[in-house]
Design a protein around this ligand. Sequence first.
Ligand code: OKP
Ligand code: ZN
Length: 346
Amino acid sequence: MQTFFSEDHRLHFPQGELHGGELVTPFERPSRVEYVLRQLKERGFPAVTTPDAVDLSIAHRVHDAGFLNFLETAWDEWKAAGNAGEIIATGFAARRMSGAFRPPPRDIDGKVGYYALAAETAITGGTWKAACSSLASAQSAQRHVAAKGGAAFALCRPPGHHAASDMFGGYCFINNAAVVAEMFRLGGAGKVAVLDVDFHHGNGTQEILYARGDVLFASLHGHPEDAYPYFTGYADESGEGEGEGATANYPMRPGTAYGEWSQALDEAIARIKAFGAEALVVSLGVDAYKDDPISFFKLESEDFRRCGNRLAKGLGLPTVFLMEGGYAIEAVGINTVNVLEGFAEG
Ligand code: OKP
Ligand code: ZN
């Protein structure tokens, strides 16, 4: 299986993540990918391929133009306003505030709050370029699979599944999964499925796809009463309009282990099959792992191999794997490559 990967991910490394009232070194850090690269190499996967240039025209099909322009220009505006530190949102367009439904404020602080869904995710001078490089890897993986079939892995960093049409947060800026699904559609696939196995609900992917009947979104995640991003991912969120029935959420409680998790996986696989998907996009976070520092599922490393195997045996679709979360950094490589190997063995 080919891996697509750009070194430009390094351009995004905020010094601080607001966590427990302190600024700590972000959980989503550049070294995460080193562990994945090492495992790929040790297990004889082909050398990684540097992606082609990003195609932002597809990003414009799933994101708001003002939002993408904000991501590109926010740092310069922030510095021009005299701010010394990294961009962190402090004031939000919260419930029932009329400004949530108006155009963004002119002031940079106002814009940041308008486009942010949470405060843990800082924007820095290199964030835009890094997010574009992450998308470039996703896009090259999609083109590879569209041309040759089989599966490919995009070692994306920063991740994408929390990024909504006009919001960043949860370490995400551009929604790689939604863009890849859109590329499969443009390439002629009648129906596409996005399966999100990251521990956290893929609120961004869900929002972008919510009213669409041509792309199924299925997600296994910590219950919103217990887990970030807290305000989406309930089981009764099932899509709207043309998309009614094309969103499937499987929220699970703290302590959930592979037995229950894999039942949800099997249900999601059955939904994807019944839907008639011709291509599969996997938002591959490995933070369902038992030792993940910010999550509460109890999957073992071997369970990730089983997961990959089930996807191959149960669906056998052209598949693009996109790296999302996973913060037990020593195990991130093992768990990620276990999924890929389990798939390849299927
Ligand atoms: C991104 B991905 C503050 C909690 C913030 C953010 C989690 C983002 C996860 N202490 N947590 O889905 O892995
Ligand atoms: Zn996650």
